[in-house]
Write a protein that binds this ligand. Structure first.
Ligand code: ARG
Length: 504
């Protein structure tokens, strides 16, 4: 006699220990899957009826309870019970308790929790990816407005965190957009994987019931069906890919955080945070700290750890479902949470960041940042090999630095150049070593010149518009699929048989 109260309890002669229940349940992680579990269950039931695997009457009894489960969950009246193990068992039990097991007990025909958890996760992940893309796009637009305002604002570009060559602030800003556009591509690739239907793979081997996987693919708004049942059940690259995309994105956010932290220091003093995006100290009254940037940097490890967590989980698994795979979700959920909280706040921080353009210009003039321009001038005007010019300018810089002077000690600069056999007037020198001019001159494709930055701003803006349109149309497609499911349900509950129902 079966004494277990579990839906799978047939072969068990006693109840689970509470320790086993606690150890194996996944309720907290699953709670975000409830609406998706219900949607996929509705679609599965519709498909079963349409394929005559269950009857019209069965469907008519099942659908109202699934609909009620959805609204009860929204209203906080359907609370998931840990002793039911996971979201799937909770939803199915809710249905069975409402509709009775003669009806509710039929929903799980030709379905396994193995493909069920996958379809729920696919549905959830694709929406999270769209939300993430939207956040990235918002941040890009904040950078875009910095870029548009500052195509002529000079600042030092750095290598090794040492002055390298003058760039514009707009050039710096467009570098981030350029990086984020690749993040968008990675998120797109992840979306393509997530937007395939795993439902119908069943436990691992498909099923002998005449299911119609194309119908569930259509009703759930997927782009296609992930066919090979054993591959479907065994694979989690649809989780690894978004995680990798998030990892790279987080890397960029963290690097931005780092720049904000030191750009806003007293020592650098090239940007000031708006009061709304800074915090103070409980003891030191003067403090204004870049905590948002620091927390962004500090939370990066969570996202990296998530990717390692998942990859480590996968590496030793044999094909088929293994319970290890229940652990695939917390890392991705956590990574989405971190990324989305960062993307929620960083656009505002950037839009209100006040750049100290005077100091940027001062720094662009300082510390020999235009030395390369002088070498380039000697190449073009004196016909000397670049290596020779590098040496000449290097020795001028060395001579000036030794006396703690700069290029702007024009007479000294002139003198040192003369000793290398180069005769330039002070006016010429001032012209060659003007960082604004060096900006203008760097017109090579993708260079820092205002013309190039303006061109790239135009291109990036067009790309962002394209991405935003794609996000909107994908979201609309998902909404339309959901609405279609609701219309089918309405027709069934209005008394139509499944063969009379129109699937538009
Ligand atoms: N909670 C499980 C998971 O997240 C659902 C699938 C359970 N399947 C099973 N055969 N125990 O992976």
């Amino acid at each position: 006699m079966n004494t277990s109260t579990k839906l799978w309890g047939g072969r068990f002669r006693s109840e689970l220990s509470t320790e086993t229940e606690d150890f194996t349940q996944s309720i907290d992680v699953d709670s975000r899957l409830v609406p998706y579990d219900i949607w996929a269950s509705q679609v599965h039931a519709i498909m079963l009826a349409r394929q005559r695997i269950i009857s019209d009457d069965d469907l008519r009894q099942i659908l109202p309870w699934l609909r009620k489960a959805e609204s009860d969950f929204r209203d906080g009246k359907f609370v998931l019970k840990p002793e039911k193990e996971d979201v799937h068992m909770n939803v199915e039990s809710y249905l069975i308790e409402g509709a009775g097991s003669e009806y509710g007990g039929k929903l799980h025909t030709a379905r396994s929790r193995n493909d069920q958890v996958l379809v729920d996760a696919h549905l959830y992940i694709r929406e999270q990816l769209l939300d993430t893309q939207q956040g990235v796009s918002r941040l890009c637009r904040a950078f875009l407005s910095v870029a548009q305002k500052h195509t002529e604002t000079v600042m030092p570009g750095y290598t090794h965190t040492q002055h390298a060559q003058p760039i514009s602030l707009g050039f710096w800003a467009t570098a981030y957009i350029s990086m984020f556009l690749r993040d968008q591509k990675r998120l797109n690739a992840a979306y393509d994987l997530a937007n395939l239907n795993p439902l119908g793979a069943c436990a691992l081997a498909g099923t002998s019931f005449p299911i119609d996987r194309d119908l569930t693919t259509e009703l759930l708004g997927f782009d296609g069906t992930h066919e090979h049942a054993l591959d479907v059940i065994s694979s989690r690259d649809f989780i690894a890919e978004p995680l990798f995309a998030l990892t790279m994105l987080m890397t960029t956010l963290s690097r931005l955080g780092e720049e904000v932290v030191y750009w806003t220091t007293y020592e650098f003093n090239i940007a000031r945070l708006d009061d709304a995006y800074a915090t103070g100290s409980s003891i030191m009254p003067q403090k204004k700290n870049a905590d948002i940037a620091e927390l962004t940097r500090g939370r990066t490890g969570k996202v990296y750890a998530a990717l390692m967590d998942l990859l480590t989980n996968l590496k030793g698994l044999p094909t088929g479902y293994n319970r290890d795979l229940q652990e695939d979700k917390p890392p991705l959920w956590g990574a989405f949470d971190v990324i989305q909280s960062c993307l929620g706040i960083l656009p505002g921080l950037l839009e209100t960041l006040d750049f100290n353009t005077d100091r940027l210009e001062l720094l662009a003039n300082a510390n020999f940042a235009t030395a390369t321009e002088l070498a380039n001038f000697l190449v073009s005007e004196q016909g000397l090999p670049f290596r020779k010019c590098h040496e000449i300018v290097g020795s001028v810089v060395g001579g000036l630095a030794k006396k703690e002077k700069t290029f702007e000690d024009w007479d000294e600069t002139q003198k040192l150049l003369r000793s290398e056999g180069i005769d330039l007037s002070v006016a010429q020198l001032q012209h060659i070593l003007d960082p604004k001019l060096s900006l203008r001159n760097n017109q090579s494709l993708g260079g820092t010149s205002p013309t190039e930055v303006k061109r790239m701003v135009g291109e990036f803006e067009a790309k962002l518009n394209e991405i935003d349109a794609q996000i909107r149309s994908r979201q609309e497609r998902i909404d339309a699929a959901y609405q279609q499911t609701l219309r089918v349900i309405e027709q069934v509950l209005d008394g139509k048989t499944i063969s009379e129902v129109t699937f538009d």
